[in-house]
Design a protein around this ligand. Structure first.
Ligand code: GLN
Length: 490
């Protein structure tokens, strides 16, 4: 019998259902891993030990049932829970105890999942390395002097390091897919509106989407099926039927013609690391070998993605973060002399440098003299980027490209250089600007210095085509062994 922490989410669920393993044993095994490894990785900020063991006991007693009964999960610390704290890894929310629970988390718990704890992130989900955090930096389980990616770096490191079989993250411009790529995990960002954002602390509301980290595609399908669906509490959640994603990835694909994989030439840059180029060649050969047709497509406005994203997301962030005024909740300065002084001191003390940079950029882009030149133009560019994808999906079923240009970088390598840090997202932001689903899959290892670091393969699909996306992801997984590789820390 393999150890509980070696099982996939699906295997763990089935073992608990068969009673060959108890939920308390599974939860205890993961809590032990957390005790052992979290001091080295700093993936988790809060662990709900007693609560998790109590729920596991209730599963074993048959009082909690459901499709995830007894399986432990971790959630990113920007999802509100009416227990513990919801800090967004910010000093601003260091003591914040939310009065309600995010819908995605409620759905997990109603399905019987056991929440182990909350993961460290870039402050308010702004970053690509999980170094912009008031809760300390997260280390990559593959090599602890490298970043795990961000902003959901804690969730990614928790799954890669075996501290949890699965985790929730949020993806505004790549924060699930990029850390998944850099940690060798499967990261799924669903279509905008597929998963309720209710209870997710807002960064950029027109881009934010909750998704999953898992070790394989089946587990992503299982989790998405639980968290997806319309929520009356989120007016932007879509009233679209939820497919049975697990059935989609575990049964043979429907015979609906030849699979067409689109290869966007703008993503095959010379700047890609050799391991990324090799991964792409291998993937093309593997898909072609199954009889799929690989078609050349163009997304001509790709190069406008980064500037467009950083106008839209900072504009929305400046508005969303205006609520932290030191009056209603969050950090309050005790040095203030009057109301305006209270606002500015509380914000100056509570927010870290990256959050301040974004608020200033966004406020500038929205200011009356510059609105047309920046924000309005960005919206027009966003429309063109969306149009690129519409045209491409007329020629292919899914798009295949790298998730990032290369593997993880060293801790501290980019913290003083925000523009270089922003370029991490070149291959991920356009998917969010267009509201589409995307998934990053383990794509092999790159040898950097003396360590092996993962690279990620990205698939993007049309809106609400998660079933198709996951099916193609499963096909890739079945053709390679990359998802079976584990970091040395495990
Ligand atoms: N790295 C991107 C940023 O810094 C994306 C963040 C995210 O998806 N939350 O904004």
């Amino acid at each position: 019998m393999p150890h509980a922490t070696d099982l996939s989410l699906l295997q763990l669920r089935d073992a608990i259902a068969r009673r060959s393993l108890s939920a308390v044993e599974a939860t205890t095994a993961y809590l032990d891993r957390i005790d052992q490894l979290n001091p080295r990785l700093n993936a988790l900020h809060e662990v709900y030990r007693q609560r998790a063991l109590r729920h596991a006991g209730q599963v074993d007693a048959g009082e909690i049932t459901g499709p995830l009964a007894g399986v432990p999960v971790v959630i990113k610390d920007n999802m509100c829970t009416d227990y513990g704290h919801t800090t967004c890894s910010s000093k601003m929310l260091a003591d914040f105890a939310a009065p309600y629970t995010a819908t995605a988390v409620t759905r997990l718990e109603e399905a019987g999942a056991i929440v182990l704890g909350k993961s460290v992130m870039d402050e308010f989900a702004m970053g690509s390395s999980t170094e912009h955090s008031a809760c300390g930096v997260v280390k990559n389980p593959w090599a602890t002097d490298y970043v795990p990616g961000g902003s959901s770096g804690g969730s990614a490191a928790a799954v890669a390091g075996g501290l949890a079989p699965a985790a929730l993250g949020s993806d505004t411009g790549g924060s699930i897919r990029q850390p998944a790529a850099l940690t060798g995990t499967v990261g799924l960002k669903p279509t905008y509106g597929r998963v309720s954002r209710w209870g997710l602390v807002a960064f950029a509301s027109s881009l934010d989407q909750i998704g999953t980290f898992t070790r394989d595609v089946e587990d992503a399908a299982l989790l998405l099926g639980v968290i997806a669906g319309h929520d009356p509490l989120d007016s932007t959640s879509a009233n679209e039927p939820v497919d049975d994603y697990l059935v989609a990835v575990t049964t043979p694909p429907p015979a609906d013609g030849k699979l067409r994989i689109g290869l966007p030439r703008e993503y095959l840059s010379d700047a890609n690391h050799p391991a990324v180029a090799t991964m792409m060649e291998e993937a093309i050969a593997a898909f072609t070998g199954t009889g799929a047709e690989v078609v050349d497509v163009s997304l001509p406005h790709t190069q406008y993605g980064i500037p467009t994203y950083y106008i839209v997301c900072t504009a929305e962030a400046s508005s969303n973060l205006a609520r932290y005024d030191g009056v209603r909740y969050g950090h309050r300065s005790d040095k203030a002399e009057d109301l305006i002084d209270l606002y500015s001191r509380s914000r100056a003390e509570g927010f870290g440098p990256e959050v301040k940079r974004r608020i200033m950029l966004g406020t500038y882009a929205l200011s009356s003299g510059y609105y047309d030149a920046y924000y309005l133009r960005a919206l027009k560019a966003r429309r063109l980027i969306k149009g690129d994808f519409d045209a491409a999906f007329a020629k292919c079923d899914v798009i295949l490209c790298p998730t990032t240009t290369g593997p993880a970088f060293k801790l501290g390598a980019k913290t003083d250089d925000p523009l270089t840090m922003y370029l991490n997202d070149v291959y991920t932001v356009n998917c969010n600007l267009a509201g589409l689903p995307g998934i990053s899959l383990p794509g092999g290892l790159a040898k950097v210095d003396d360590v092996n670091l993962p690279v990620g393969l990205q698939l993007m699909g049309p809106a609400f085509a998660e079933a198709k996306l996951l099916r193609v992801a499963k096909l890739y997984q079945s053709l390679t062994e990359h998802h079976l590789q584990r970091p040395p820390v495990m």
